[in-house]
Ligand binder design. Structure first.
Ligand code: AMP
Length: 444
């Protein structure tokens, strides 16, 4: 399937796609939409940034548009479950965009805000309900949502739901689904627990795997910068004021870290806001909106808060701290380079973060090249001429980018790091000044 016309979607959807200037379906859309239109269950291995929202939204909207049923109070026909509020909001916005020429009602429910408006909207009737698990269960318990009319169930980012401890909630929700339904299940990774869950949910599904890590982040240029912990803030300031960063997301390990980084940036005259789980939903939305509208240059975020954020024109992702879970690295850097645009991901690595770097490089199957003017700290293994047993799909474009293999990083040694004092002028040889485009590879 090469074009959207071949899918023979109903005219209002075709028109919306034309409005959006979508011409060619992304791989996940090409594989998912025809099967879902036939009513098949889908098991999709794909992450945000691959076009997966339209992959499930288009067949759903097509079906609802054809049925032309009246929305019933409190009884949705479609339920889309997402792990975070931000992702739920984006999914709802996508349904609104693709369904703009259809007369369908959709309702969004998530926690952290008062429920009054959500309850009233449900009462007015919803064809499509987009929800996060906790609030959905609350509202079901209060009798504001009944799932007995449900025709389609979508579970998005299932792996993240499990990471966030939503499995008991998910089980509860699944027990309320009618047996006769279509289920569309998406997850960026497929660990055994997810496979088990998918088996409970799906009937003879069509499996779709879009090698998400290559499709979403292959155009991202990745660089590593070795820096002492105490030198990170001033290195960040230098990068942000150097002139080529239009819009950046900076990732920190902790909520407190996000606040501190954002406050220090503001104090040095760089417009920045933090988003994380301790901020109210309104504060998070305001920060996202300010970022979208270019009122701030930098959004400082924790992993959970940034999950699913889809904002065009993010030129840089900066990992102020390396993530503890290596998969989060791939999710983080996928915030830039969206929908075919190019982006740059810079990762700060202090001497205590060697094992995190090692885990990331093992996952992506390659060694992240040094940023220009950077030095290789002594504790980072030289890679010349080694074959790397831990490397999967690794490739080298300039002879320096190789898998980290099984070699261990010593826990602590500061040689070769950019400290607070010497950050601007590395003292030693330049090892890898050449610009290298790295391709993140799928690893499973
Ligand atoms: P998603 O993976 O659903 O978060 O989508 C990632 C981005 O790709 C969003 O900004 C979509 O608007 C965009 N997108 C999705 N499908 C297409 C398409 N077929 N052509 C162009 N852009 C698309």
């Amino acid at each position: 399937m090469k074009t959207f016309e071949e899918l023979q979607l109903i005219a209002p959807l075709q028109r919306a796609l034309t409005d959006e200037k979508y011409e060619i379906p992304t791989p996940i859309q090409a594989q998912t939409v025809p099967a879902a239109l036939q009513g098949r269950d889908i098991l999709g291995c794909a992450q945000t940034g691959t076009g997966k929202t339209a992959a499930f939204a288009l067949p759903i909207l097509n079906q609802l548009g054809k049925q032309n049923l009246k929305a019933q109070p409190n009884r949705p026909l479609v339920l889309v479950l997402a792990p975070t509020r931000e992702l739920a909001i984006q999914i709802e916005e996508s349904f609104a965009t693709y369904g703009r020429h259809l007369r369908l009602r959709q309702v969004l429910v998530y926690g952290g805000v008062k429920q009054g408006n959500q309850v009233r909207a449900l009462k007015r009737g919803a064809h499509i309900l987009v929800a996060t698990p906790g609030r959905l269960i609350d509202l079901m318990n209060q009798g504001h949502i009944t799932l007995d009319q449900l025709e389609v169930f979508v579970l998005d980012e299932a792996d993240r739901m499990l990471d966030m401890g939503f499995l008991p909630d998910l089980r509860r929700i699944i027990s309320h689904l009618p047996d006769e339904r279509q289920s569309l299940f998406f997850s960026a990774t497929m660990p055994p627990k997810i496979t088990q869950l998918s088996k409970r949910l799906l009937r003879t599904p069509v499996s779709v795997n879009v090698t998400p890590k290559t499709t979403s982040v292959e155009r991202i240029e990745q660089k590593i910068m070795f820096v002492e912990r105490t030198g990170k803030q001033s290195l960040l300031r230098q990068i942000l004021t150097a002139g080529d960063v239009d819009r950046a997301i900076v990732f920190t390990k902790t909520k407190r870290g996000a606040n501190v980084v954002a406050e220090k940036l503001e104090r040095s005259g760089i417009k920045a806001l933090a988003i994380h789980g301790n901020k109210s939903q309104n504060a998070r939305q305001r920060a996202l909106e300010a970022f979208r509208q270019n009122q701030i240059q930098v959004l400082v975020a924790t992993d959970v808060a940034a999950r699913g954020i889809d904002i065009d024109g993010i030129t840089h992702v900066i990992n102020f701290d390396l993530p503890i879970e290596p998969e989060a690295y791939v999710h983080r850097i996928g915030r830039t380079g969206r929908a075919g645009a190019e982006g740059i991901a810079l990762s700060f690595c202090s001497a205590t973060e060697g094992s995190e770097l090692h885990a990331i490089e093992r996952l992506i199957g390659q060694k992240i090249p040094l940023a220009e003017g950077q030095i290789q700290p002594q504790w980072r293994p030289e890679q010349k001429g080694r074959s790397s047993s831990g490397r999967r799909n690794g490739h080298s474009q300039n002879g320096t980018s190789q898998g980290a293999g099984s070699q261990r990083f010593p826990r602590r040694r500061s040689s070769g790091m950019i400290g607070a004092a010497d950050k601007a002028k590395p003292k030693r040889r330049r090892r890898n000044g050449q610009q290298t485009r790295q391709h993140v590879r799928q690893t499973d």
